[in-house]
Write a protein that binds this ligand. Structure first.
Ligand code: ZN
Ligand code: ZN
Ligand code: ZN
Length: 205
């Protein structure tokens, strides 16, 4: 036993070379196992490619936040400083019962479609979502709206869902979470609070 300051450190000191050698021999081999901290596996740099300036990064952020924890976002520019349509996000994937929850391969906001990719992302069929084949080899006739197999997208009985928040009550352009609508709302709110201030100002006199 050893006393260091107010702490007591105790342990067994191994003596003798042969004892140490035997222990090493019987221990399991860890040579093939690479140990990475959990946080490093879950952290991903995600590229989202949507070639339309009309798609706001804030909306892509809201969409991403349905599937993972978004840490930051930036627009990728070319050497002339022109937007390339690629947006880069730092995210932390979510685990459910220990299993990593991956992001979809595609994104659609209103009429705009794009692709989503990062290292280690499972490749899925863009049509039916299967992990066994890609869209070019897909033989499924899947409704793009509700993923059912017994009807086409044009004959879908399910109302078109908002592709930002997945609500069936509105479309993307009317989504209260869409950046342009939030902006309108906050402008409206500040206009209302301004008019209240004016009213208070007048009632004081
Ligand atoms: Zn498929
Ligand atoms: Zn359908
Ligand atoms: Zn919505």
């Amino acid at each position: 036993m050893l006393t260091v300051g107010r702490h007591i450190v105790s342990g067994r000191v191994q003596t003798g070379r042969s004892h140490g050698f035997e222990k090493k021999k019987s221990a399991p081999s860890f040579r093939r196992i690479t140990i990475s901290p959990l946080a490093d596996i879950d952290l991903k740099t995600v590229h989202v490619m949507i070639f339309s300036e009309r798609v706001r990064n804030q909306d892509v952020w809201t969409w991403m936040a349905r599937y993972c924890e978004v840490i930051n976002a930036m627009e990728v520019m070319d050497i002339d400083g022109i937007k390339t349509g690629t947006r880069r996000f730092q995210v932390r994937l979510i685990r459910r019962q220990g299993a990593l929850q991956h992001l979809p391969n595609t994104i659609q906001l209103g009429a705009f479609r794009g692709s989503v990719f990062y290292p280690g992302q499972p490749k899925e069929c863009r049509k039916c979502g299967s992990l066994d084949h890609l869209a070019a080899a897909c033989t499924m006739d899947v409704c793009r709206n509700c993923k059912a197999l017994d009807h086409t997208t044009a004959h879908c009985p399910t109302p078109v869902k908002c592709n930002l928040c997945s609500s069936a009550n509105h479309r993307f352009k009317d989504c209260p979470q869409a950046y342009s609508n939030r902006l309108k709302l906050s402008t409206l709110r500040s206009a209302v609070s301004l008019s209240q201030e004016v009213m208070i100002f007048f009632s004081d006199h």
